[in-house]
Design a protein around this ligand. Structure first.
Ligand SMILES: NC(=O)c1ccc[n+]([C@@H]2O[C@H](COP(=O)([O-])OP(=O)(O)OC[C@H]3O[C@@H](n4cnc5c(N)ncnc54)[C@H](OP(=O)(O)O)[C@@H]3O)[C@@H](O)[C@H]2O)c1
Length: 259
């Protein structure tokens, strides 16, 4: 049976890199995104790159209807989703209490609730088939509290914890579940995070293709957590011996609004 890889946020930076990688691995694609025009353009490009089927639907993951639309489409078309990449997500910086609550709620809908619901739906199908791969895009931000990036870091901590737990639950059913925790990646993320002032040294910015490649290597190794890049791995190791409050203060200094 034809195997599909479902990639959310497929027409953006890391999502695009995953589509190319998975297509090259022989998967047909089921791609979703919020921006319909961008998505259709990307679908056409993908179809011209490789002779595999590409299904695309626009769905706003901040809405329960958006999540349902994806599940219903897969059901109607009987798509055998054997790889799920929960990639869609966005960041939001700033002083928590000064931003409208609606924005924070939306962040949780996309970064937490959509990941939970799509994993539940497609994970159940994978369990029946005793075959599947779930890749959840978390972040290096998941490993510590980050002032002025508080809700985003917490949402990614949820994704990390959720993924590690599910990896254990689903292992007996031949399902690999991996959380990917990138540091800074060259995508539109910073712009959409409304945070042009996010600061990180140039050498820390990775290409999206590198993230997809490292993620796939981790999946093949059945790793539950993937931290792409030697510098990021070293940073994580170092912060284990530093008090949590200090780590949090330091991480926050990259996001603190300039007065
Ligand atoms: N870039 C980084 O530095 C970095 C670091 C660590 C983790 N990450 C994580 O990596 C993932 C991918 O981000 P990226 O760096 O590739 O950024 P990006 O280029 O901004 O892509 C984000 C994708 O998420 C989709 N998305 C956002 N809100 C959505 C919504 N309400 N409904 C449906 N789709 C929505 C966007 O779709 P549309 O384009 O259709 O709006 C876009 O395709 C995110 O989960 C992010 O948190 C990024």
């Amino acid at each position: 049976m034809e195997k599909y890889a479902l990639v959310t946020g497929a027409a953006g930076g890391i999502g695009k890199a995953f589509c190319e990688l998975l297509q090259n691995q022989g998967y047909s694609l089921f791609i979703t995104g919020r921006n319909a025009e961008k998505l259709v353009k990307w679908k056409t490009q993908l179809e011209s790159l490789n002779d595999v089927n590409v299904h695309a639907i626009d769905a706003d993951l901040s809405l329960p209807q958006g999540r349902e639309k994806i599940m219903e489409y897969a059901e109607q078309k009987n798509l055998n989703v054997s790889v799920l990449v929960n990639n869609a997500g966005f960041g939001l910086t700033g002083e928590f209490v000064d931003r409208p609550l609606q924005k924070w709620k939306m962040l949780n809908e996309v970064n937490v609730n959509a990941v939970t619901e799509l994993t539940w739906y497609f994970g159940k199908k994978m369990k029946e088939k005793k075959d599947g791969i779930i890749i959840n895009i978390s972040s290096l931000a998941a490993f510590q509290a980050i002032p002025w990036f508080a809700a985003y870091a917490a949402s990614k901590a949820y994704v990390l914890s959720f993924t590690e737990a599910l990896a254990e639950e689903l292992e007996p059913y031949n399902i690999v579940v991996t959380a990917v925790c990138p540091g800074p990646v060259k995508t539109d993320f910073v712009v959409s995070a409304e945070a042009a002032h996010i600061e990180a040294p140039d050498m820390l910015w990775a290409d999206p293709e590198f993230i997809a490649k490292e993620s796939w290597k981790s999946v093949k190794n059945k790793d539950r957590v993937c931290v792409p890049g030697a510098m990021n791995k070293a940073t994580l190791a170092a912060q284990k011996i530093i008090p949590r409050t200090w780590v949090s203060k330091l991480a926050g200094s990259f996001y603190k609004p300039k007065k």
